[in-house]
Design a protein around this ligand. Sequence first.
Ligand SMILES: Nc1nc2c(c(=O)[nH]1)N[C@H]1C(S)=C(S)[C@@H](COP(=O)(O)O)O[C@H]1N2
Ligand SMILES: [Mo]
Length: 241
Amino acid sequence: MKDEIFGYSVNPELEKLRARRRFIAQAATGTVITALGAAYFLSDDLTREAKAQARKDGRPRLPPGQRVLERLKPMGGQPGDPSPSNFKLRVHGEVEQPFEVGFAELLKLPQAKLALDVHCVTGWTVLGAKFEGVLLKTLAEKAKLKPKARFVIFEAAHGYTSNISLKDALKPEVMVTHRLNGEPLSRAHGAPVRNIVPDFYFWKSAKWLTGIRFVEHDEPGYWETRGYNNHADPWREERYS
Ligand SMILES: Nc1nc2c(c(=O)[nH]1)N[C@H]1C(S)=C(S)[C@@H](COP(=O)(O)O)O[C@H]1N2
Ligand SMILES: [Mo]
């Protein structure tokens, strides 16, 4: 199966390693970590392999100080309502045409399927997670941005927010997603919809998304006002402020 991936191409060796890992788990080197009764495997092989790969932009596929975790680990947060029928996404702020979409309407917008790497500030990276959803660019075009829009605020349940520049938000791999690895997004990972900003630390990817607000002036979000870095580039290890 061929994945559409931004910034790098799929390495079949990596896929083979992944498959082999399932069969010879006892021979693997790495670290098993557990969260909420489930086991997650930090793989030395996948870490070494990803370090040796280069992205199309020339940066190493694995940012410094990261190790490869085989699948996304739920990192907590205060969950929102997971029901698609109650879902509303508000796209607003410095736009000519603010709008709201329900879950069914979101599915009717052009859908993108992307395999993306995500990097958690706690040191784990997941490679090539398959997300389906709508590009942020598509939503921005539909809302018709005013020229003074310069930043994007992702708004989520219980007041969680994260912020990125408009320039970073319009990159072709930034999306809102409702499916992960062929399944509807689970509640722990933000059901029914979250955003994904793969090239910044994972706290920029708000789970239980409720709104996308375009603003003129930056508004540091939940973690950005609690000691984490405002920009959050994993390749520069912008972890803390
Ligand atoms: N709404 C909301 N989104 C959130 C968070 C949160 O607490 N609430 N935590 C962030 C952090 S710190 C991380 S690392 C990722 C974790 O996503 P995951 O649980 O799907 O792995 O979600 C981010 N999005
Ligand atoms: Mo995090």
